[in-house]
Design a binder for this molecule. Structure first.
Ligand SMILES: Nc1nc2c(c(=O)[nH]1)N[C@H]1C(S)=C(S)[C@@H](COP(=O)(O)OP(=O)(O)OC[C@H]3O[C@@H](n4cnc5c(=O)[nH]c(N)nc54)[C@H](O)[C@@H]3O)O[C@H]1N2
Ligand SMILES: Nc1nc2c(c(=O)[nH]1)N[C@H]1C(S)=C(S)[C@@H](COP(=O)(O)OP(=O)(O)OC[C@H]3O[C@@H](n4cnc5c(=O)[nH]c(N)nc54)[C@H](O)[C@@H]3O)O[C@H]1N2
Ligand code: SF4
Ligand SMILES: [Mo]
Length: 752
């Protein structure tokens, strides 16, 4: 059987002959350990017979979700790309790796010669953050290319958190995370771990954590315009008007000042700006924000008191607080509330992780590089100011479609599906065919990659070794786990593709690229960054690549041996322990972690204050009419995993959730088609009437819309759904971060 043929049935597990492989699931931030059972026989005939949660995994202790159970199906999906492909017109053909890189050279050099490197950009998607190779080697594509800047899913995700963290703590990725395993009060805003598993908070089985908080006498409060399944297992649900969390949190801090509850705890000598904060929140009394937020003043005052009285409160805001109109103010106030309550940097509160592998992204700091300047340049067409080097992802469409100096003509699309994931996506879908050169690295021929000229296949989750990098930086236990590939990749891995593309973009010929030499140079740079002499370190390794880099991260991390300078761990310790190693809970470490220029946490910045007038205007003019928010489902991952039968079968999931009162008023019948219209566009979708929704708010999942021609997604096509981002106006952003506001979009709904 060739790898691309679909086997008719899954063979039965045979415990006497199957081999069992331990892997860490890379599909969400939970990092569950999986036991993957594989049948015996010829390598090409080996099949996954069973996937189980690994009971002895020190981190996930047997927890697994339906996505993890489906990794075998994902691996065996006949539609998944396994060879490089080149497009001629609308025909795709599989080519050899050499042919694919040669084609890239022709296309890239053509654009380079005429328009130079500034005609190129890249789009980097979410799976890059979960990939063993991509996150560690993206710089090796981007820097040599000379492309002036890139786009990423980050501006449809956590950019507000990045802005807050760089201003308060000195590094955009030093994001404090709630220590829910030890908290007695969890205020969970704009997150639904029942579906998502949790985000910027690595923790398997969050719903069980909620039960445990309640079992030990604590309380969990969910703030969300939708009464989610997470809200159902919590003690209290507060339905809030989308986009108004910043005003609500300012009101809570206002109560803290009014009641004289401000208490910085052990951070008293380290935190600045309390008086400016008092002024900033002065007008936001619980009474003043009640109409806007739809939270009664009494409730706001009670929650403030509960937070004040808690022994160890964890204040947490996720995608609902980022992907909205006031995302940065809301994200800022989450951290501020924790700090002024003294519930920061101690067990059970918001804490900085102390990860076993030192995350590469922690190398930067404002102590070394200075405070960020926002708006150093603006996008060519819309004039959107850059924030942390990026402009809103929705700008890409017009940068491709608008002629003139600086027009984008070449795109490297890495693990991203922006035709579905980015606001105003119809415009991007129209613009991409105008590119002279589009190269994609992806596992599927999907809505975005169908526009590419060349696609390089990424590995399946079972074809690559794995050790998370970034994600351990959001965990409140210090732990680590090594995964060996279950099936051999037998083709270049993604880090190598990135290096080779980077050299082609630098104007060189692929045949001249010395991958190992570039990898050594990159590794040497990292050694220097940690004060190590690479000439002493390089000879310790037989091979390079991401595996060498993870060994480096462990050895220079807090539990590492610093290459023999102290007692400590190396990757070999993890290779020898398939269940992983747990080095204990997070410890107070703000004094060591904060890397702002003066080592202090400045609560208030002019940049943040500059957006308060906009919020005050909104206080005076609350949104009138229906607004749309997004949601996730346990069996999806953003725009993909919809080509795996077991993950899409069953009840239609791409529905517009609407409250019974709104439905009755609008004449909408359960299950019937409705038209949803916004400033950006219009779609038709089935209605799902449910009292989970607050009145005035409707909800759609994102990531659907698989009915495009020219894709290779045979299962997803049968469950196409509609793309909710057709309704998201590109210019509707959180002003301070440029992050998309895909929540709180004004819409009209009518029977179709
Ligand atoms: N309306 C609305 N829009 C949203 C959101 C929302 O809540 N509402 N959420 C936003 C958020 S938080 C995010 S992160 C973005 C995500 O936006 P994207 O990153 O664009 O979307 P994904 O579906 O995560 O992209 C995955 C792509 O990576 C490919 N892929 C998967 N694994 C690998 C791999 O190992 N290697 C390679 N090379 N490719 C791989 C998949 O086939 C797919 O094409 O969407 C955003 N868009
Ligand atoms: N199964 C699954 N898991 C995933 C993903 C997936 O697609 N599927 N995606 C992954 C990614 S990329 C990310 S970033 C994370 C996201 O993880 P989460 O942040 O947990 O994301 P959601 O499950 O979308 O929950 C967001 C909640 O915010 C609410 N909300 C919307 N607007 C507002 C608002 O203005 N205020 C408040 N308070 N709430 C609001 C929504 O109703 C929704 O319940 O999940 C990750 N995990
Ligand atoms: S919760 Fe599911 S998708 Fe996430 S890591 Fe665990 S098994 Fe994988
Ligand atoms: Mo995300």
């Amino acid at each position: 059987m060739t790898l691309t043929e679909s086997p008719a049935t899954t063979p039965r597990p045979d415990p006497t002959r199957d081999s069992v492989h331990r892997v860490t699931c890379p599909l969400c931030e939970c990092m569950c350990g999986l036991d993957v059972h594989v049948s015996s026989g010829e390598p090409t005939a080996q099949r996954v017979t069973l996937v189980r949660g690994a009971k002895d995994d020190v981190w996930s202790k047997g927890y697994i979700c339906p996505k993890g159970s489906a990794v075998g199906h994902l691996h065996e999906d006949p539609d998944r790309l396994r060879a490089p492909m080149v497009r001629d017109g609308d025909q795709w053909r599989e080519v050899t790796w050499e042919q694919a890189f040669r084609r890239c050279e022709e296309l890239i050099h053509g654009v380079l010669e005429r328009d130079g490197p500034s005609a190129f950009t890249a789009f980097v998607g979410n799976p890059a953050g979960h990939s063993f190779s991509l996150s560690r080697y993206l710089s090796q594509m981007i820097i040599p290319s000379g492309m002036p800047h890139i786009y990423s899913a980050g501006t449809v995700d956590q950019w507000p958190k990045n802005v807050t963290s760089i201003l308060l703590y000195g590094n955009q990725w030093l994001i404090p995370t709630p220590d829910i395993a030890r908290t007695d009060y969890w205020l969970l805003m704009g997150g639904n771990p029942h579906a998502s598993g949790g985000s910027l908070m690595a923790k398997p089985d969050v719903l069980d954590e909620i039960e445990q908080i309640r079992a030990r006498g604590g309380k969990v409060v969910v703030v969300d315009p939708r009464r989610t399944r997470t809200a159902d297992v919590a003690d209290e649900w507060i339905g809030i008007q989308p986009g108004t969390d910043a005003a609500w949190l300012l009101a809570i801090v206002n109560v803290f000042f009014e009641q004289d509850w401000i208490d910085l705890g052990h951070l008293v000598g380290m935190v600045e700006g309390v008086e400016s904060l008092r002024e900033a929140c002065a007008v936001y009394t619980p009474e003043a924000v009640a109409a806007l937020t739809r939270v009664e003043a009494e409730t706001t005052r009670r929650i403030a008191a509960e937070i004040h009285e808690a022994t160890a409160a964890s204040i947490y805001g996720r995608i609902g607080l980022c992907n909205q109109e006031f995302g940065t103010l809301a994200s800022w106030m989450v951290d501020v509330l924790a700090i002024v309550n003294g519930h920061f940097d101690r067990p059970g509160t918001l804490m900085f992780a102390n990860p076993v592998p030192f995350p590469l992204v922690w190398l930067q700091s404002t102590k070394v590089n200075g405070m960020p300047q926002f708006g150093r340049w603006s996008s060519r067409v819309r004039g959107a100011p850059e924030v942390l080097g990026q402009v809103p992802a929705s700008c890409l469409a017009e940068e491709i479609a608008t002629p003139g100096p600086g027009q984008i003509k070449g795109l490297i699309n890495v693990a991203a599906n922006p035709v579905l994931s980015v606001p105003d996506s119809a415009r991007l879908d129209e613009a991409l065919p105008q590119l002279e050169c589009m190269i994609a690295i992806d596992t599927y021929l999907n809505e975005t990659t169908r526009h590419a000229h060349v696609i390089f296949p990424g590995p399946s989750p079972l074809e690559t070794p794995h050790f998370d990098d970034l994600l351990w930086g959001f965990a409140t236990r210090s732990a680590g786990k090594w995964t060996e590939a279950v099936f051999p990749l037998e083709r270049p891995d993604e880090w190598e593709i990135l290096i080779r593309l980077g050299q082609i973009m630098a104007g060189k010929h692929d045949v001249d690229t010395d991958v190992a030499a570039i990898d050594d140079a990159w590794f040497s740079l990292l050694c220097h960054a940690k004060g190590l002499d690479p000439t002493a370190i390089l000879p310790m390794y037989d091979a390079g690549g991401p595996k060498r880099m993870i060994d480096w991260s462990i050895r220079v991390g807090p539990f590492g041996d610093m290459y023999g300078a102290r007692d400590g761990m190396t990757l070999a310790d993890f290779e020898a322990e398939s269940n992983g190693i747990d080095c204990g809970p997070a410890i107070p470490r703000a004094a060591e972690a904060v890397c702002s220029p003066d080592g202090r946490i400045h609560l208030v910045h002019d940049y943040l204050l500059s957006d308060l007038p906009r919020l005050r205007d909104r206080l005076a003019a609350p949104v009138d009419g229906l607004v749309l928010v997004s949601r996730r489902h346990l069996r999806s991952k953003n725009t993909w995993l919809h080509n795996v039968s077991v993950l899409v079968k069953g009840k239609e999931r791409c529905t517009l959730m609407i409250n019974p009162a709104d439905a009755a008023r609008l004449g909408v019948v359960d299950g019937s088609s409705v038209q949803v219209r916004s400033l950006a566009g219009s779609i038709i979708v089935p209605a799902e009437i449910t009292d989970e929704m607050l009145t005035g708010i409707v909800s759609l999942p994102h990531g659907w819309g698989h009915d495009k021609t020219g894709t290779r997604l045979s299962i997803a096509r049968e469950h196409a759904g509609v793309n909710s981002n057709l309704l998201a106006p590109g210019e509707f952003v959180d002003v301070l971060s440029g992050n998309a506001a895909v929540n709180g979009i004004p819409v009209e709904v009518a029977p179709a």
